[in-house]
Design a protein around this ligand. Structure first.
Ligand SMILES: [Zn+2]
Length: 289
């Protein structure tokens, strides 16, 4: 083979392996939000919507606005069992009644503690024999492969799928068992803080060198101590983004108490992080090639 031909074959090979990744915000809001769905994100791989992260209120509506191929979903990642992250999970399961599943959808979610149910208790309360939505019991069983993972602070778990890896990290969110997630597709890293105060430094290592880091800016710098036990301050978000060397910082979970405070909060973030920042809007998307 001539040198030119070898180069051509190599190029062809690399193009055939090139994956287009699109990260789309379905819900950029939270509780007491206006014109925004609550927390939810969608990851597209080569034009197909494969991974959902959280299913807050309105996220299914947004999903149907951007795509109707629920058949393409392979994975759902739930960060924790607060309503603003999970109420549309029931609606999602209901949607599966209308699709002819050839494969089960894997749903990863945290374990519990004395204040919150674990994933099994959560789904039993909804879709079990005695559950509130017991009429969906067989739909749930036929279509969902539930995986419960540890929410112990700092604990990292790895899940290998055909074309990507998913990692969960137990994070601090007051008394709530909660997870951050990271999705690695080829050499691209997309990470989600979920709701966390990020009191410990585990999140910095976890989101290191992310191409996109979706961080929940649910409080202002001067919010009260109770809110700070649950959520990261803008200053802390900037510190994490800088130390982790993230390429794009997306600020989400926008709600009544933070709307209108963006400028002051961005100033706090900028004290540390000098990279690119985007304030999330529903249906916005970011493409990684
Ligand atoms: Zn939340």
């Amino acid at each position: 083979m001539t040198k030119k031909l070898i180069l051509f074959v190599l190029l062809l090979f690399s193009f055939s392996n090139a994956v287009e990744i699109k990260v789309q915000v379905l819900g950029s809001g939270g509780p007491l939000t206006y014109k925004r769905a609550s927390t939810s994100y969608l990851i597209w791989i080569d034009g197909k919507s494969k991974i959902l992260v959280d299913l807050g209120s309105g996220s299914l509506l947004r999903f149907n606005e951007v795509n109707r191929n629920i058949e393409d979903i392979e994975i759902v990642l739930l960060t924790h069992f607060h309503t603003d992250h999970t109420v549309d999970f029931s609606e999602f399961v209901k949607s599966l009644y209308f699709y002819d599943a050839k494969k089960k959808i894997t749903v990863i979610a945290p374990d519990g503690n004395e204040y919150f149910p674990d994933f099994k208790q959560f789904t039993d309360a909804l879709f079990g024999e005695e559950g509130a939505y017991r009429y969906l019991s067989s739909t749930f069983k036929q279509n969902i492969n539930p995986i419960q993972t540890s929410s112990k602070i700092g604990k990292v778990k790895e899940f290998q799928f055909k074309n990507y890896k998913i990692y969960s990290l137990g994070v601090n969110h007051g008394i709530v068992p909660a997870l951050a997630y990271k999705i690695v597709i080829g050499n691209k890293i997309i990470s989600f803080s979920g709701d966390t105060s990020a009191r410990t430094n585990n999140l910095i290592d976890f989101v290191k060198n992310s191409d996109i880091f979706v961080a929940h800016m649910a409080i202002n710098q001067n919010s009260n101590i109770y809110a700070k036990r649950l959520h990261m301050t803008p200053y802390r978000i900037g510190e994490i983004a800088k130390k982790a060397n993230v390429k794009l910082l997306v600020l989400s979970h926008r709600m009544k108490r933070t709307i209108g405070h963006e400028e002051e909060n961005l100033k706090e973030i900028r004290k540390n992080y000098k990279g690119k920042i985007i304030l999330a809007e529903d249906k916005d998307f970011y493409i990684l090639k």
